[in-house]
Design a protein around this ligand. Structure first.
Ligand SMILES: [Fe+2]
Ligand SMILES: [Fe+2]
Length: 376
């Protein structure tokens, strides 16, 4: 690499380490920055992507020797870095006519890009911190590789945003966004699920647009296949981490697993239903999409979780709808400063969640080895 190339002229897709990727992103931030996009990314509500911190020493103490064979294979695969250089614009990047994009679609799509960028970057920050604080070679190596990928993903979304005259200031976000503390086991459940659901979301959109290219209103969707393969590997890594300690997926912890499954699924449902114009442009019915993504994620998560939520139960869909309606009403009540309407909406959202959570789970026997390959 030419050492003389100024950082802001390099690309995050070519960065081989998270440090380099972030330095490039920061150099670009110094040139393009946009308060609106960063403010959106800074927001902390139940539905917006959060930043996490955890007990890094506990994570560092994990011994992966029980899953050594699978572990080494996965790390070798990630070290080989099949997606190096992939996440940048090339001749497949069609021109985007932002000026003539239908305003509702533009608003929702930008919101989608900003929240995706925040979510990618949230993973990057957490993984990078683990790598920095750890001494365990297996753990630090894994987290360095995952942070590398997430920095590229976030950088690429920022490329797309820059064309619309926006940019999420990642350096600012790292310093100023509030961090939520999660115990390591909650990080495993939540992060494992967010990686696998991320895979399922990206591959479902990718396959749909393969069949209906006329709905591909933005070129970034062409990159979703390789993208979701990265997320798939990250999920595999968390499955192996959980496999090192059988207690994590037994006994009372199964209730926590059910909680995270329900929370992650219902949050996705509510957020996606906030973007009707976006889904219409994609030619995707958000209810169909949700069911499709839940089915794929549940199937994948059987590799490590002993239960899945029963998404075909008669209480499932109606309560997702109730929760979504309650959230929409909550937003209106907040905007109008109506205290009792707000309280009522909150109560309805919580009771819908309780109703979802108490649906009897489906049980199954977890396979002896966890490793899977992307198959959708
Ligand atoms: Fe990612
Ligand atoms: Fe990921």
């Amino acid at each position: 690499m030419n050492l003389q190339t100024p950082l802001h002229e390099k690309h995050t897709a070519d960065a081989t380490s998270v440090e380099e990727g972030l330095a490039i992103a920061e150099a670009k931030d110094a040139i393009y920055t946009n308060e609106m996009a960063t403010e959106t990314a800074m927001a902390n509500t139940l539905l917006t992507p959060r930043f996490y911190t955890t007990d890094f020493d506990e994570l560092d103490a994990i011994d992966v020797s029980g899953v050594r064979e699978d572990w080494d294979k996965l790390i070798d695969q990630m070290e080989a870095d099949p997606n190096k250089g992939h996440f940048k614009k090339n001749e497949d990047w069609d021109h985007v006519d932002w000026d003539n994009m239908e305003p509702e679609l533009k608003k929702e799509f930008i919101d989608f890009l900003i929240s995706s960028c925040t979510a990618e970057f949230s993973g990057c920050v957490l993984y990078k911190e683990m790598k920095r604080r750890g001494n365990n070679k297996d753990i630090t190596q894994l987290f360095q590789l995952m942070a590398r990928d997430e920095a590229r993903h976030a950088g690429f979304i920022n490329d797309a945003l820059r064309e619309a005259g926006l940019r999420v200031n990642l350096g600012f976000l790292t310093q100023k966004k509030k961090y939520t503390y999660f115990r390591p086991k909650f990080i495993y459940y939540a992060t494992y699920l967010s990686e696998k659901i991320g895979y399922a979301r990206y591959i479902t959109i990718f396959r749909h647009l393969e069949a209906h290219p006329e709905h591909r209103f933005h070129p970034i969707f062409k990159w979703f296949e390789e993208w979701c393969n990265d997320e798939f590997s990250h999920g595999e890594a968390f499955a192996l981490l959980m496999k090192t300690d059988p207690k994590l997926t037994q006994g009372r912890n199964v209730l926590w697993i059910k909680f995270f499954l329900t929370a992650v699924y219902s949050t996705m449902y509510v957020r996606d239903h906030q973007r009707p114009a976006f889904h219409k442009a994609l030619g995707v019915d958000p209810d169909w999409y949700a069911h499709e993504v839940f089915t794929k994620t549940s199937k994948l998560s059987e590799q490590i979780f002993p239960i899945t939520v029963d998404i075909d139960h008669p209480r499932w869909q109606p309560n997702l709808e109730k929760m979504q309606k309650a959230n929409a009403d909550l937003a209106i009540a907040k905007e109008n400063g109506k205290f009792f309407a707000k309280l009522g909406a909150q109560f309805r959202a919580v009771s819908a969640f309780v109703s979802l959570y108490t649906i009897p789970a489906k049980k199954h026997v977890v396979p002896a080895t966890t490793r899977l390959e992307p198959s959708y």
